[in-house]
Design a protein around this ligand. Structure first.
Ligand SMILES: [Zn+2]
Length: 162
């Protein structure tokens, strides 16, 4: 453990406890892994998580991010950066194979002005796209009708991760 972790741990713990109460990502991660299907958590990695977005812009819309409750993109450490990218690549492969997606939009919404619903806990949006679905803008504004329910998408993707 580095000196910085030791020095900062007590302060950080208190800070996080307050913040995490309102953070839906932390709440789900702190819940029993037995409830992962209910919480739509597809994957608990060493440093990262992957879950289905409860309010998807398209079928298979995923959120991937660090387990740590951090909101600043510059606070990600190298392990988290690598793992987020590996999980995203893996999920792209799986969604291509299982759901025949034709393309993907990947992005972070940083700041309310950019559409962030939860600024305090970083997460990468991974949105599968199909030829003939709506343009990117309508997709992001959430106007698209989702044709498949979340639990069935969860089950389809989850079996690749067990
Ligand atoms: Zn959090």
């Amino acid at each position: 453990m580095s000196i910085f972790k030791i020095l900062w741990a007590p302060w950080r713990k208190e800070y996080i406890t307050k913040k995490e109460k309102d953070c839906f990502i932390c709440k789900k991660l702190e819940d029993d892994p037995q409830n992962d299907r209910e919480n739509l958590i597809l994957l608990r990695g060493k440093n990262t998580f992957c879950m289905l977005n409860l309010y998807p812009y398209n079928n298979g819309h995923l959120l991937i991010g660090p387990k740590r409750h951090i909101g600043d993109i510059n606070s990600l450490n190298d392990e988290e950066i690598i793992e987020i990218w590996r999980v995203a690549s893996k999920m792209i492969d799986i969604i291509k194979k299982e759901m025949n997606a034709d393309g993907f939009n990947l992005g972070f919404n940083l700041g309310k002005v950019a559409g962030a619903g939860l600024e305090e806990h970083l997460h990468l949006h991974l949105v599968p796209r199909w030829s003939g679905d709506t343009n990117f803008l309508p997709v992001l504004s959430g106007t698209k009708v989702i044709s498949e329910d979340l639990k069935s998408v969860y089950d389809r993707l989850r079996r690749y991760l067990e």
